[in-house]
Design a protein around this ligand. Structure first.
Ligand code: ADP
Length: 378
């Protein structure tokens, strides 16, 4: 975008500079002229008084003669005239100088403008090198930070789309292979057909779950909040997950430390978040000896505190900081079989953060503990 020259800061600063200089010099010249006028009027000495019976006194030698006085006066008048001409010459010079100086001051701003103009989606993360140590430098540093943040956000977005397409391709490929096999096998029995269709259906289910999870992660969460009792929510959630725990032979127990824990939440979202953690706890402890999941809830420091513990395989130290990343799975092969896409924990975290809460995890083989904090309603 081209700036209107007359409205540009550079032009305005030059004008300001000129006006200030012009006024300042004008005042000095004015004072100077007044001083000259005063001087001239005091030097108009009266004609000597001559008495009749007294001979006239000769003028002292250093006293200016009448001719000399008028020459002085003319010279001083010239000085007055030239000082006024000089004032206008100075105005032109100061305009040029002001324009040049303000141009130099605004150079970093022009550089910043150029960088922002050049910034396209493929040049995100661009940095302005050597920002000066002044206010412009501060703005440039903010720009550099913003540019990096934008690049990070774009990279994350791109990775998310790549991972999502990759995950969606898998069930679609399996589906296609199943259909092709059935079509190619002219002698396929009814049972073969039914088995293939059954497999196809479970892949469709898997793709549907993935599509729903992606939608949950990408769209803003509902802002509807209602007063609920967190102890009741935990009871409901554990009751829902009991069936899954039973089929996996995992025992599950809940302990309610405080009967009434008032919270302002979106019930279905919070239940989904807690169920995700309980589901993982069941899944990743199902194959150990005497698998057990325990869920507790209490209130402390104005928050509802929920813990979900399991005695399963645990999360390796090297992976624990990544488990809330989208599509992150510690053991990819095992999790694909169990249907996990690595989206459960990112969804859970998003829900909890949306409720101004927080979620933490500690883990070692035989003991994994997730803790959720949700602020109490007042
Ligand atoms: P998934 O749907 O694959 O379970 P999540 O986002 O829910 O994805 O979990 C990410 C990864 O964290 C899982 O793949 C698993 O490796 C690990 N994980 C989560 N919870 C547990 C747990 N209780 N015990 C062991 N590993 C866990």
């Amino acid at each position: 975008m081209k700036t209107n020259f007359l409205k540009s800061i550079k032009f305005r600063l030059a004008i300001l500079f000129t006006v200030i200089l012009f006024t300042f010099s004008g005042v000095i010249i004015l004072l100077f002229n007044v001083a000259i006028d005063n001087y001239l009027s005091t030097r108009q000495t009266p004609a000597p008084i001559v008495h009749q019976n007294q001979p006239s006194m000769p003028a002292p030698e250093n006293e200016p003669t009448k001719d000399n006085r008028s020459r002085y006066a003319n010279q001083l008048e010239d000085i007055k005239k030239y000082s006024i001409y000089g004032l206008f010459v100075m105005a032109v010079i100061s305009l040029a100088l002001g324009y040049y100086i303000s141009g130099r001051f605004l150079k970093p701003l022009n550089e910043l403008n150029d960088q922002i103009f050049k910034l396209k989606s493929n040049s995100l993360g661009a940095q302005i090198k050597h920002p000066p140590d002044n206010e412009f430098g501060e703005t440039m540093n903010y720009f550099n930070e913003m540019s990096l943040r934008l690049q990070k956000a774009f990279d994350q977005q791109a990775r998310f789309v790549q991972d999502a397409s990759h995950e969606l391709r898998t069930p679609l490929t399996i589906l296609r292979t199943n259909i092709e096999t059935v079509l190619d096998d002219k002698n396929a029995s009814k049972t073969d057909l039914r088995n293939s269709m059954g497999d196809a259906l479970s892949e469709i289910d898997s793709a549907t779950i993935l599509a729903n999870d992606l939608l949950t992660l990408s769209r803003p969460q509902s802002k509807i909040r209602e007063p609920e009792n967190m102890s009741e929510i935990i009871n409901e959630s554990v009751a829902m997950m009991k069936k899954i725990a039973n089929t996996s032979n995992v025992s599950i127990k809940s302990t309610i430390f405080d009967k009434n824990i008032p919270v302002l939440i979106n019930k279905s979202e919070i239940i989904r978040a807690i169920n995700n953690i309980i589901y993982n706890a069941i899944t990743y402890s199902a194959n150990v000896k005497s698998p057990h999941v325990s869920v507790t809830v209490k209130q402390a420091n104005n928050t509802a505190i929920i813990t979900i513990k399991d005695n399963g395989i645990g999360i390796p130290k090297s992976d624990i900081h990544k488990i809330f990343d989208r599509f992150y799975r510690v053991d990819k092969s095992r999790d694909r079989k169990t249907g996990g896409f690595g989206l459960g924990l990112p969804i859970t975290k998003k829900i909890i953060i949306d409720h101004q809460g927080k979620i933490t995890v500690t883990s070692k083989p035989g003991l994994t503990e997730f803790t959720i904090h949700i602020p109490l309603s007042n």
